[in-house]
Design a protein around this ligand. Structure first.
Ligand code: RTP
Length: 150
């Protein structure tokens, strides 16, 4: 199996609404492998770094405040084309444009409360994984017996 990795995060609203298990289940059932995970209550400073590309946007301050309002579930998922397919599983950024069957399309209606985040490219995945888990990301390598069937 290819070793591409992505950074997926259940945002504070997803954690508060009890959707962590549902989101993990969707990635697992698709065939992806969870290789690192932790619950984190991130600081504003950390979140400003995570969203530094959006610094000029009008919604930036509100976004950081929302993301710092409670714990998030930070995860590294691995598997074939997981960066692109992870975004497909999440659905469009604005839930009103997310297809039913996607996570946002099934559980969200507001762009400012869209319950999950996924890296948008292999390079940004690497940067985000390093930011949230450190340069020496403690991913666990393991072989599931089902992997040869996926
Ligand atoms: P994400 O990073 O969360 O996966 O989202 P994305 O790449 O699809 O979208 P991006 O443009 O990077 O926006 C990051 C997050 O900012 C919030 N947002 N609010 N108009 C608004 O109020 C607005 N636009 C974006 C969303 O929570 C979005 O996921």
């Amino acid at each position: 199996m290819a070793t591409e990795q992505t950074f997926i995060m259940v945002k504070p609203d997803g954690v508060q609404r009890g959707l962590v298990g549902e989101i993990i289940a969707r990635f697992e059932k698709r065939g992806y492998q969870l290789v690192a995970a932790k619950l984190v209550h991130a600081s504003q400073e950390h979140l400003e770094k995570h969203y530094e590309d959006l610094k000029g946007k009008g919604f930036f301050a509100g976004l950081v405040k929302y993301m710092a309002s409670g714990p998030v579930m930070a995860m590294v998922w691995q598997g074939k084309d997981v960066v692109k397919q992870g975004r497909v599983l999440l659905g469009a950024t604005n839930p009103l444009q997310s297809a039913p069957g996607t996570i946002r399309g099934d559980f969200a209606i507001d762009v400012g409360r869209n319950i999950c985040h996924g890296s948008d490219a292999v390079d940004s995945a690497k940067k985000e994984i390093a930011l949230w888990f450190g340069e020496q990301t403690p991913t666990i390598a393991y072989q599931r017996s089902a992997d040869s069937w996926i």
